[in-house]
Structure formats: structure tokens, C-alpha cells
Design a protein around this ligand. Structure first.
Ligand SMILES: C[S@@+](CC[C@H](N)C(=O)[O-])C[C@H]1O[C@@H](n2cnc3c(N)ncnc32)[C@H](O)[C@@H]1O
Length: 259
């Protein structure tokens, strides 16, 4: 799907944009559209994804209460075309100003209902796609900023996702992130993260509590990376990073080069 000609549909087009993107989404086979347009990917996966969407809808306000002061600062001043990978149920939408043209890439179709409600409540200028962060259906250098909050812990190929983020960012564009990360090696918490990792991954939709996302971002090829570390009162995933990674103003990364 090429988004160039239909960038920024007005809010009334949100539903159609969503349906269109579901039909055309890559990497979500086998796909058959049910009456309500939700992609059926097998009963078990369907229930897991539906369950996760429900959990996120109820847990997000609690998580967001802890992150609010950080998000307010991090997202202040955002303007233009902003891509959010894995927006979930949309807890970040309230932080964007009216000059943001929001593009969301959310592969779990059961999140879309919550996202749509939040988009409509806030009147955000939005377009939702169903692809994956590792294979963005967006042109090279087509967005001004990319947002990820609690997503790189879950994507199967975080290095691939960051390559795609670099590709779609304009030169000098910013990647803003808030992620939980592995505790330092040798700590008690790290041992628990590694021990409980497989179970946690099953319960939390593929989330890796012991992923060194900080190192992965730093090695991804941004010109500059600013990282702030903090600890939040969450079980097992307390260590967090938030920050900004800036793409070089002179770099040119096309789909062919990033593959
Ligand atoms: C823990 S939730 C975080 C949701 C939201 N960003 C937040 O802060 O509440 C992780 C999100 O990443 C999405 N996700 C998982 N794999 C992904 C991928 N490969 N590309 C993009 N998003 C993905 C999930 O569907 C889910 O919405």
C-alpha cells in the first residue's frame, strides 16, 4: 500500500483508512475479513490478541499515570507527520498537538476499536495502518518523527524495525522512545527477568523483559542518541529509558539500502 496520495484523511475517513489498510496489510496472512472487518488469524491467536487489547485498554491509564510527566516533555513541540509504531489502545494520542498528522501502525486489529474511539474523542488527524514496524508501508523520508512507547520490547525484530524507522524518517528527523529495558547484568532483577522471560513473553504478547533495547537503539545508526534512565514501580520491568535518537541531516537511506 502506498500512502502518498491519501495522507492525512480527515477524521471521518479514519474508519475507511483502517478497513483499507486491513485488506491491503502485508504480513498478516492468512487473512479473511469477517463481517466487522476484523482479520481472522486463527481462533487461538484471535483470542490472545483480543485479550491483550482488553488488558491494554484497562492497564494503560495506570501505566500512563506514571509516564505522564515524561511524555508531556518528550512529545512537546511535535508537529507535522508523526508515525507511531504499536500505538496499542492510543494512550499517547492526548499528548499530540493539533499540528500533528498522526499515522499509526498497529498490527493487532483488536486494538483498533479503542484507537478509533480515542482518535474520535480527541479529534486527531489520523490514519491507521495494520502493518508491522519491521515492514512499514510508507515511503522513504516521509515522516518527521517516529514514536515508540513499550513497543521495541515486543517486536520480533527490533533491529529491523529501527532500520525501517531510519528509512522513513526525513533527514534530521527524530525517533522518540520510552521503553523498558533489561536490568544490568549480574543483578538480582536481571536474573528474574531471564528466569521469568519465557512465561512473561507468553502472557504479555511477546514482550521480552530482558531485552537490551538501549544498546539496540544506540547501535542502530542514528547520528545522535540521548538517553535518560529511570526506574518505575512496575514488577519485573522497572528499568526504563526515554530519549531521542536523531537521524543524520545528510543521510539518505532507501528501502533498497535498508533491506
Ligand atoms: C505493550 S503494547 C504498548 C502499546 C502502546 N504503545 C502503549 O504505550 O501503551 C505493545 C504494542 O506493540 C504492538 N506490536 C507488536 N508487534 C509489533 C510490530 N511488529 N510492529 C508494530 N507494533 C507491534 C502490539 O500490538 C501492541 O499494541
Amino acid at each position: 500500500m502506498r500512502c502518498k496520495k491519501q495522507f492525512y484523511p480527515p477524521i471521518t475517513d479514519f474508519h475507511n483508512a483502517e478497513r483499507r489498510s486491513k485488506v491491503l496489510a502485508r504480513g498478516s496472512s492468512p487473512t479473511a475479513l469477517s463481517r466487522d472487518g476484523v482479520i481472522q488469524c486463527g481462533v487461538v491467536m484471535g483470542w490472545t490478541k483480543r485479550w491483550h487489547a482488553w488488558v491494554m485498554a484497562h492497564a494503560s491509564p495506570y501505566v500512563d499515570a506514571h509516564l505522564r510527566p515524561y511524555k508531556e516533555k518528550l512529545f512537546a513541540g511535535l508537529c507535522g507527520r508523526v508515525l507511531e509504531i504499536g500505538p496499542g489502545t492510543g494512550p499517547n494520542l492526548r499528548y499530540y498537538s493539533s499540528c500533528v498528522h498522526w499515522i499509526g501502525v498497529e498490527p493487532n486489529p483488536f486494538m483498533h476499536r479503542y484507537l478509533r474511539a480515542e482518535v474520535e474523542r480527541l479529534g486527531v488527524n489520523a490514519m491507521l495502518l495494520s502493518g508491522r514496524a519491521e515492514q512499514l508501508e510508507l515511503d522513504d523520508e516521509s515522516v518527521d518523527a517516529v514514536i515508540s512507547t513499550h513497543v521495541l520490547c515486543t517486536v520480533p525484530d527490533p533491529e529491523g524495525a529501527l532500520r525501517e524507522i531510519l528509512r522513513v524518517l526525513v533527514p534530521g528527523g527524530r525517533f522518540l522512545f520510552i521503553e523498558h529495558v533489561a536490568a544490568p547484568q549480574g543483578t538480582c532483577l536481571r536474573r528474574w527477568q531471564e528466569r521469568l522471560g519465557p512465561l512473561w513473553k507468553r502472557l504479555a504478547d511477546g514482550c521480552h523483559p530482558d531485552r537490551e533495547t538501549d544498546r539496540i537503539i544506540e547501535a542502530a545508526g542514528f547520528e545522535r542518541v540521548f538517553v535518560h534512565r529511570l526506574s518505575l514501580p512496575f514488577p519485573l520491568v522497572a528499568p526504563h529509558i526515554l530519549g531521542v535518537a536523531i537521524k543524520s541531516a545528510t543521510s539518505r537511506i532507501s528501502r533498497a539500502h535498508s533491506a
